[in-house]
Design a binder for this molecule. Sequence first.
Ligand SMILES: [Zn+2]
Ligand SMILES: [Zn+2]
Length: 330
Amino acid sequence: MNALVWRGTAVAVTKVPRPGRAAGRALIDVAYAGICGTDLHICDGTHPRARPGLVIGHEFAGRLAEPVDGLEAGTPVTVEPLLWCGRCAACRHGMRHVCDRLRMVGIDEPGAAAEQVSVPAELLIPLPAGLDLRHGAFVEPLAVAVHAVRRSRLRLGEVVAVVGAGPIGLAVAICARLAGASEVLVAETAPARRDLARRLGFTVVDTVDLAARRQAGEPTCDVLLDATGAAPVAAGFAGWVNPGGRIVLVGVHSLPAPVDLQRLTFSEIEVIGTRVYLREDLEVAIRLIATGAADPEPLLTWTVPLSAAAGAIDLLRDGSQVKVLIEVGR
Ligand SMILES: [Zn+2]
Ligand SMILES: [Zn+2]
């Protein structure tokens, strides 16, 4: 079958063997797979766990290729792509999403940018009949946003700032509005993403404006969600939040970053870490899409066939696109 494979230097569509049948696993005919920042890290060779020969793709939707666990062949599904160890303290204490040895489909096992993918059957999440499978492929990134906003303890009427208007940042902004923010400020530098944020009804700002407002003693935001993981954001964000506010880390900082701890202390600002999602967050994301409460459509800015997927990776680098989907089937 055809698959998008990271070969250690470049990514290419390559013939690979179909996944075999195995006890306890489910075989999925992939319909759509999303590409995200993690995939860019893999293709840059900067992901610490990915090994050459990897089929990428951890956010996807498709249909069961054969019956499993009482679900019929053809059932539309997405998956919780997390592979936890089940033995560490986090796993034993109901926190398997922060497992010490957390692994992921599409990073540590062959992923879904391929005609078929095999996953542990317990990871399957059936999708409502009739849900657009393009939207089904956005359940995973939306669940990241659901998890982050729930972790923020956002209260009705609070002002939220989101730094970064990629797919995760915009999904966070959408979820913050749904969760009761009175205003959602979005800081982003890429023009196409700023335009989209504005079209979605968010107030586009620059982080220097937040800093200036704080220095003038004016309110800025009660909750700031950092969807960049960029060191300059960490260097500044303590100065962009109202006293008593919360800063939620959504993007991954791969290196230690200097943070103004004095400002966090003097203003009693909380910093909250987040990692992926719980099963519940994925189920909430599906409900938000199925009911129309959250519409992924404006964020799905480009869809390419699997045959052209290698070039799609580059489309993501300059910030001109938001979510790029690979269409494998339908
Ligand atoms: Zn991702
Ligand atoms: Zn574990």
